[in-house]
Design a protein around this ligand. Structure first.
Ligand SMILES: Cc1cc2nc3c(=O)[nH]c(=O)nc-3n(C[C@H](O)[C@H](O)[C@H](O)COP(=O)(O)O)c2cc1C
Length: 359
């Protein structure tokens, strides 16, 4: 008896199975507007009970990468409407991941008049690809003023409202992997001396205010969040109080009533593992849905669901390369391998042309 392929609920939403498509940036949104090719790609993968879209910016300032979509303009909302309609027609639910890149970005990827913003004026190590000039060092961000903070919170709330207008079932706040929300959480990127910095209650304040604004806009049942405790991606070094800080966050997010927490574990990609004690803390403290992700195959997914470690399992690369993953995992069929040379390139190659099994 499979738990992974059994129906379940996510808050008030009925899911046809417990498999979630993990958010995957694919850089096919030319002009930052979702298009028909993207609708086709997501529809191909609607065997998952829940799809979480690629990181999508709530603000022109958050478009750090080339060709990522936004959800702040009318054209973007219209483009997303085609995506959500295609996915819903196949019986899956879909949340949009709100990703504000903050200091992970370059002005060449931003529209005219937009700014690279972060809690503090500290550049992240590493480089950013731009269509105009190739690789560039990550930009030195402007430290956000209190007015910038207020404005950005309003942008998140508006993006949440836009998400429902575009037909999404909810939003996922991207507070993982070194982007703006995590930049506030971590002491290496947040050196603020006002109420948004200092101890974890200060560093978590922006994330919690964004969550509160989003839930006020669309309801807590429609707001999830992604976190990467112990993650080091995008210049986010480990530090002694990590586990205590994220335990604090688990408690606050439970009190905020969010519908899910989605934990990232990139140890299968060579990152430090998330200790079991940390995952157990989230499971104990957070009373609603817990999603685990990172390096799952069908057998491990069934094991972790059966052990009660989580409620849903999110899968990235296997679903990227196998649009019919549910069929393949059910019948133990051979899998397509993901081609990382086409993860972020424009056009259909390596995007909508992974073969499905013959019907
Ligand atoms: C091409 C690619 C793009 C990704 N983009 C995002 C993203 O936009 N947002 C996010 O939270 N994680 C992103 N991730 C991380 C995945 O969601 C996932 O955590 C990771 O691939 C590990 O899961 P897997 O072993 O099932 O692939 C990305 C990963 C890959 C390979």
């Amino acid at each position: 008896m499979s738990l992974l392929f059994a129906k379940t609920m996510l808050g008030p939403l009925a899911l046809k199975n417990r498999l979630v498509m993990a958010p995957l940036t694919r850089s096919r949104a030319t002009g930052n507007v979702p298009n028909d090719l993207m609708a086709r790609y997501y529809a191909q993968r609607a065997c998952a009970g829940l799809i979480v879209t690629e990181g999508t910016s709530p603000s022109p300032n958050g478009l750090g990468y080339a060709r990522i979509p936004g959800i702040f303009s009318l054209a973007q909302v219209a483009g997303w409407r085609n995506v959500t309609a295609a996915v819903h027609a196949l019986g899956a639910k879909i949340f949009v991941q709100l990703m504000h890149c903050g200091r992970i970005g370059h002005p060449l990827n931003l529209p005219v008049g937009a700014h690279i913003l972060a809690p503090s004026a500290i550049a992240a190590t590493g480089e950013m690809y731009t269509d105009a000039e190739g690789m560039k060092p990550n930009a030195l961000p402007e430290a956000m003023t209190e007015a910038d903070i207020e404005n950005t919170i309003t942008e998140y709330a508006q993006a949440a409202t836009n998400a429902l207008a575009a037909g999404f079932d909810g939003i996922e706040l991207h507070a993982a992997n070194g982007y703006l929300l995590e930049q506030f959480l971590r002491p290496s990127s947040n050196l603020r001396t006002d109420g948004y910095g200092g101890s974890i209650s200060g560093r978590a304040r922006f994330v919690l205010e964004v969550a509160a604004a989003a839930t006020a806009a669309i309801g807590a049942d429609r707001v999830g969040i992604r976190l990467s405790p112990f993650g080091v991606f995008n210049d986010m070094p480990g530090y002694a109080a990590m586990e205590a800080d994220y335990a604090f966050l688990a408690k606050e997010l439970d009190a905020a009533g969010l519908v899910y927490i989605h934990l990232v574990d990139h140890s299968s990609m060579g990152a430090p593992p998330v200790p079991d004690s940390m995952k157990t803390t989230f499971r104990r403290v957070f009373k609603r849905t817990l999603i685990l992700s990172g390096g799952y195959d069908a057998a491990r997914a069934e094991r972790d669901l059966a052990a009660g470690k989580c409620d849903l399992i999110a899968v990235g690369r296997p679903l990227l390369a196998n649009p019919d993953l549910v069929t393949r995992w059910r019948f133990g069929t051979a899998m397509n391998a993901p081609d990382d040379s086409t993860f972020y390139t424009a056009g259909p190659k390596g995007y909508t042309d992974y073969p499905a099994l013959a019907a």
